[in-house]
Design a protein around this ligand. Structure first.
Ligand code: WTA
Length: 658
């Protein structure tokens, strides 16, 4: 925690929202204060009022919050509604012709979808799913490229009350299989292949592999032909997207579900090896996605919004799929990567589509910043009025570059802190009101009760003192449980400070002005390019290799990715032979196939033993120190085998990636 603290603590600058922005802002200081007072007075009533105003109900709720059985909180539980109806149908009258999606493919083709067109496609797929016997409560795994079909699939599930679980297209067959099995999915929606950055990932092939490993629950696979590449075909199980939609009506009565009906599962890494199926509700989640967007992005009806996240992550759920559609916004949807066909791509797209709000990850900003100012300066970025970041702490250098070069010093930056489990942004500036400081996500949003506490559960009082970031009151968009594992849910998030205090797993501190600064994870979770990776998950993937006896994985700072993965691997048999065989390189690929390319270690050190205490615990703190190349100040006297320290600090074995 200390190391991270250093990097941000010295930031003193503050950026007041420009006058022009303030004048046009929907949320003013007075309004914000009134909201905060209302939330403090009666939290449940505050959210209930917003739920009535923002969502359309088939059956209005009476009870706002049921907190009789913590940590299992229920919001608006006696109401009924439909997520898809709220995202699409309600815009049809009056705004049906409005562009919902401006989709740009990897190759640069541009396709437009109005709310009406999207609605028609969603209804057809919803009817197709029903014809394939998908019912309310059934799980559907979506393993698709970033694009309209992903959104259409999510919404079609929501329309019939099926629970979607999107798996990022970069995950391996093994990871996909684990998720399909844990969710007990009945159907998988995939594509033949996903073009990305000029390369093609074979999605259907991966699905076939996953299903061949035993996923009995899956009865059907819908395959969208994205590229037309030939794939295996299992008659009776596989059906093309087009065939399934063929003859289906573009009307489909929504399934009106209870507020607490699960809208989706999204698997995320924790500190143990097994990914958790984070379960979100319908009404509470929708309310969080919708209102946080209005507040944090100061939405105007004519905004062109662009969030660059993939729908395989929570940001793609809340701020690509649900948030923008609920708010009736026009948004850009992008299949590709920032550097293909060249590093002008983002800036050219902002110029071409007249994007007004741009929301991306610090890792992308750092990567593009490295390429210099000349690229963005070639483009007219004057349509931008607001910028956002999410996923990891942003270093002040990247922040100021983003502000100056991309935002032309006129756009406020909203640094939004939240998690898969929180469903929606939690700590973020209201852009027309709050002066921002580079690297701070500023203050909690209205209705969100955040605190920083010490190990005894006492709020830290002195400025700049680090502690556990916790949420002390329930909020509508919060995770409801871990799919099929209430006990793990309770233990993971509420185990430490009681049934009412949600533990985020992040460390944080407040400065003299009360601004919140996130220090990063305090558990064994890494944040690589804004993606959460559990060290235990990578360790167990490594240990599954026949030549590996044991592995210890830690993170170390990386200029662009935030954190890089460093693995210390104890091999079976002769270490020198393993080095000669290029085992390190083989293990990198191995992790790629076990989990997915994002989890490949940046460096693997082959060693004869890991530093352990006499009671046999791996000394991870020591590994971290070694990984950072810092001098060892820890007490190593309890080390069982002090002789291996030399090997651990030795330069990379041949075959490791740089
Ligand atoms: C980190 C992504 C600093 C944090 C929405 C959190 C951040 C984890 C920020 C959740 C931010 C996210 N500043 N750190 N603005 N946003 N994080 O579940 O460690 O993929 O716990 O959700 O990312 O990652 P997740």
């Amino acid at each position: 925690m200390k190391e991270n603290l250093e990097s941000v603590m010295h930031e003193q600058r503050s950026f007041v929202p420009p006058q022009e922005f303030r004048d046009a802002a929907t949320l003013t200081a007075d309004k914000l204060q009134a909201m905060q007072c209302a939330a403090t007075d009666d939290l449940a009533a505050f959210w209930a009022d917003l739920a009535r105003k923002n969502l359309e109900w088939k059956q209005p709720f009476i009870q706002a919050l049921d907190d009789s059985n913590p940590p299992f909180f229920k919001w608006f539980a006696d109401g009924r509604l439909n997520a898809c109806y709220n995202a699409l149908d309600r815009h049809l009258e009056g705004n049906g012709g409005k562009t919902a999606l401006i989709f740009e493919t990897d190759e640069g083709e541009i396709l437009y979808f109005s709310f009406r067109a999207l609605h028609g496609e969603v209804c057809r797929l919803a009817n197709a799913l029903k014809a394939l016997e998908v019912r309310k409560g059934d799980r559907v795994v979506i393993y698709l490229p970033m694009g309209p079909q992903a959104l259409i699939s999510m919404l079609a599930c929501a329309r019939i009350g099926a629970i979607h679980s999107v798996v990022f297209g970069g995950f391996s067959a093994d990871s996909l299989k684990d998720r399909i099995r844990d969710a007990g999915a009945r159907l998988v929606i995939t594509a033949d292949a996903a073009p990305r950055g000029g390369r093609v990932t074979m999605l259907k092939e991966t699905v076939d592999l996953a299903l061949a490993a035993g996923c009995e629950s899956v009865k059907k696979v819908i395959v969208y032909r994205r590229t037309g590449v030939k794939t295996e075909w299992i008659e009776g199980r596989d059906i093309t997207w087009d065939d399934s939609l063929n003859g289906q009506s573009s009307d489909c009565e929504p399934e009106w579900v209870e507020s607490e009906h699960p809208l989706f599962l999204l698997y995320t890494s924790g500190s143990t090896g097994k990914p958790k199926g984070v379960q979100h509700s319908t009404a509470g989640y929708l309310l969080g996605a919708m209102t946080s967007m209005q507040w944090v992005f100061d939405l105007k009806p004519n905004d062109i919004f662009w969030c660059t996240a993939d729908v395989g992550w929570i940001t793609g759920h809340s701020y690509v799929c649900y948030g923008p559609l609920l708010n009736g916004l026009t948004q850009v949807l992008f299949e590709g990567v920032p550097t293909y066909p060249d590093a002008h791509r983002f800036w050219r797209m902002i110029e071409e589509h007249r994007v007004s709000i741009f929301y991306t990850a610090p890792t992308a900003i750092r990567a593009l910043m490295r390429l210099g100012d000349a690229l963005p300066r070639k483009h007219d970025l004057s349509s931008l009025r607001l910028l956002g970041t999410v996923g990891e702490p942003i270093n002040p250098e990247a922040w100021t570059w983003y502000h100056r070069v991309i935002g032309g010093s006129r756009c406020p930056i909203v640094d939004t802190w939240w998690q898969t489990e929180t469903g929606a942004a939690m700590i973020a500036p209201i852009p027309g009101v709050v002066a921002t400081k580079p690297g701070s996500c500023t203050f909690p949003l209205p209705g969100i009760a955040v605190d920083i506490i010490d190990e005894q559960g006492e709020p830290v009082t002195s400025p700049n003192q680090g502690g556990f970031l916790v949420v002390t009151k329930p909020w509508p968009a919060m995770v409801r449980t871990i799919w099929g594992d209430d006990a793990r849910f309770r233990k993971t998030y509420f185990g430490q400070f009681g049934d009412r205090v949600y533990v985020t797993g992040d460390g944080a501190h407040r400065d003299e002005d009360g601004y919140v600064w996130i220090l990063g994870r305090i558990d064994d979770v890494l944040n690589v390019s804004g993606h959460r990776l559990g060290t235990a998950e990578i360790e167990s993937a490594l240990a599954a290799h026949p030549r590996v006896a044991e592995a210890g994985v830690v993170g170390r700072p990386h200029e662009i990715k935030g954190e890089a993965v460093l693995a210390f691997v104890v091999v079976k048999g002769d270490r020198n032979q393993a080095i000669r065989d290029g085992l390190a390189a083989e293990l990198r690929e191995w992790v790629g196939t076990q989990i997915g390319a994002i989890a490949k270690p940046d460096e693997i050190r082959l060693v004869d033993g890991l530093p352990k205490t006499r009671s046999g615990k791996i000394m991870r703190r020591l590994l971290r120190t070694i990984g950072r190349g810092e001098a060892i100040t820890q007490d190593t006297s309890t080390l069982e085998n002090a002789a291996i320290l030399g090997q651990l600090t030795a330069p990379a074995a041949p075959g490791s990636a740089p």
